[in-house]
Each structure stands twice: as C-alpha cells, then as structure tokens.
Ligand binder design. Structure first.
Ligand SMILES: Nc1ncnc2c1ncn2[C@@H]1O[C@H](COP(=O)(O)OP(=O)(O)OP(=O)(O)O)[C@@H](O)[C@H]1O
Length: 265
C-alpha cells in the first residue's frame, strides 16, 4: 500500500497561522438512518454516529442486528429514507455522489463470491483502478501492492472461484485496497481465516491508513484493532464507547447476545 497517498485523502484541514484548531469534519456520518425492507421489516431504526478521520471502529451485535444493512446504506447499494449518511463528504442517496462513492469508500462484504467475477485474481483486483481511469502502469503497481498487502502476491494468475474461502476473502479485500479508498467498511473480515491469516489480517487492519468501520462477531479482533465499539441490536445503537470497557461489561454483552471475550474475564 502507498500509505502516504492514502493518508492525504484524510489529511487535516490547513488553517491560517495563529487561528484556533478547527475540528475535522467526520469521515463518516450516519444521521437518524432507518431502513425497512420491502416486507416491512425494520432493519435500522434511527442509527446515528460519527467516525473521525482515521478512526477504526467496530460494530458488533447479534445475528440480524442490521450491520450489513447499515453497510449497504452507507455505500449506496440500498437507497431510501429516512435519515442521511455522509461518507468522505459524499451522500450515498444522491445519484451524482453515488457514482463517485467507490473511489472514496471500499466495502468488503461477508460473501467474497459477491465480489469476485473476473477470470483471474489479478484482473479482478485491477477492475477498480481501471474503472477509475488509471493508466496501465499505475494499475499494475496498485494490483501488486494490494496482492502483497493481503499475502496473495503469487496468486495473480489463479482463477478466483478456485481459491479457498480464506483466499477469496483476501482477494476481495485486495480488490478494494487497490482503489485506495479513504473509508473502508469490512463486514466479518476474519470469517473463514485460519489463525495465521487472521493474525496477518489484524496486522494489516492496524497498518491500513484511512477510516475503518468493521462489522464482526470476532470480539478478539475488535480488541486487537478497534479502540471504539458500537453495539447494534434490532437496528438501534445500544451502546457506543471504548471497546475495552463495553466488551468487559457482562450484562451489556448478555443483553445483546454477545459474550465477554476470554481475555477480559
Ligand atoms: N433483503 C431482505 N429482505 C427482507 N429482510 C431482510 C433482507 N436482508 C436482511 N433482512 C432482515 O433485516 C434484518 C437485518 O439484517 P442484516 O443482514 O443487516 O443483519 P446483520 O447484523 O448483518 O446479521 P448477521 O450478523 O447475521 O450477518 C434481519 O432481520 C434480516 O432478516
């Protein structure tokens, strides 16, 4: 990864000498986001939170809490009202903004089969940067960087659907990293990973610049990567605070179908 380039996307606002520091605008804002599916089922109910530029925040909760729905709203796949979102200064509900969103927000969904569709891994990873209009040399550099970052340097010529579950997840992540988005949304990034790959993922997430929102049931991953955690249950934010504090609260965990991780017991 070219960290310096990514970092510039979230850099601080320049201010005139002598003026007071200005608060940075959030990299991501959800304001009273609600969502109902066509069958009337409420999946999000008034979800509001801000992520500061560079923050790494986890979103945890039981199955069906609304984590994936939230991601789909934030990246503009699901449209609708009420509520508003802003990601890297773009509103996913506005068609012109939605077109630019893939350059700003990278989403790695739970199922990598939803994201891998090219004949080879390298072509798949190249798809985003090519679509962004980068010249071939830049695309090749980005593909090599992204495959290296996820530990798949030698797999560029492999056929994506022949990869193992864990390799597919890493290939899908590489495709997103190659676009060097300022905001990353990772849905269950450690699912299917063996212990070594999981440790490598933790290192990668820690090293990645930009703003990260990670939906996961892996509370140890949260402790290793995210200082702040949002607890989502039945489409509502039930708690928002320091991971070490919230995940150590047995009543809170029990109430939302979670368990205090062993290392906090
Ligand atoms: N396409 C859909 N149509 C109708 N209801 C849906 C649809 N997708 C999700 N839901 C419902 O919306 C609610 C939130 O689902 P969502 O997938 O966002 O939860 P989640 O927190 O990601 O769950 P998990 O941890 O199991 O992946 C659930 O009740 C789910 O059944």
């Amino acid at each position: 990864m070219r960290n310096a380039e990514l970092a510039t996307r979230t850099e601080t606002i320049e201010r005139p000498a002598g003026s007071a520091p200005r608060a940075l605008p959030p990299a991501l804002r959800a304001s009273a986001l609600s969502h109902r599916y066509a069958d009337g089922r409420p999946a999000l109910e008034g979800v509001s939170f801000d992520l500061e530029p560079g923050a790494c925040v986890a979103i945890v909760g039981p199955n069906g809490a609304g984590k994936t729905t939230l991601f789909l709203r934030l990246c503009g796949v699901l449209n609708g009202k009420p509520g508003q979102a802003s990601v890297g200064g773009l509103d996913p509900a506005v068609p012109e903004h939605r077109k630019k969103l893939p350059e700003v927000v990278g989403v790695v969904f739970q199922n990598p089969d939803d994201q891998l569709f090219s004949p080879t891994v390298a072509e798949d990873v190249a798809f985003g940067p090519l679509n962004m209009g980068h010249p071939p040399g830049e695309v090749r550099a980005r593909v090599a960087d992204a495959l290296g970052a996820v530990g798949l340097s030698g797999a560029g010529e492999r056929v994506p659907f022949q990869l193992s579950g864990g390799e597919k997840r890493r290939a899908a992540l590489a495709g997103v990293l190659a676009m060097r988005p300022a905001v990353l949304l990772l849905d269950e990034p450690s699912m299917f990973l063996d212990p070594r790959s999981r440790r490598e993922l933790i290192g990668l997430v820690r090293d990645l610049p930009g703003t990260k929102l990670i939906a996961t049931h892996d509370l140890d991953l949260v402790l290793d990567t995210c200082p702040r955690v949002l607890v989502l249950d039945a489409g509502r934010i039930a708690a928002d605070g320091p991971a070490e504090k919230l995940l150590a609260d047995p009543e809170l965990m029990e109430r939302h179908g979670l368990e205090v991780p062993h290392r906090l017991r």
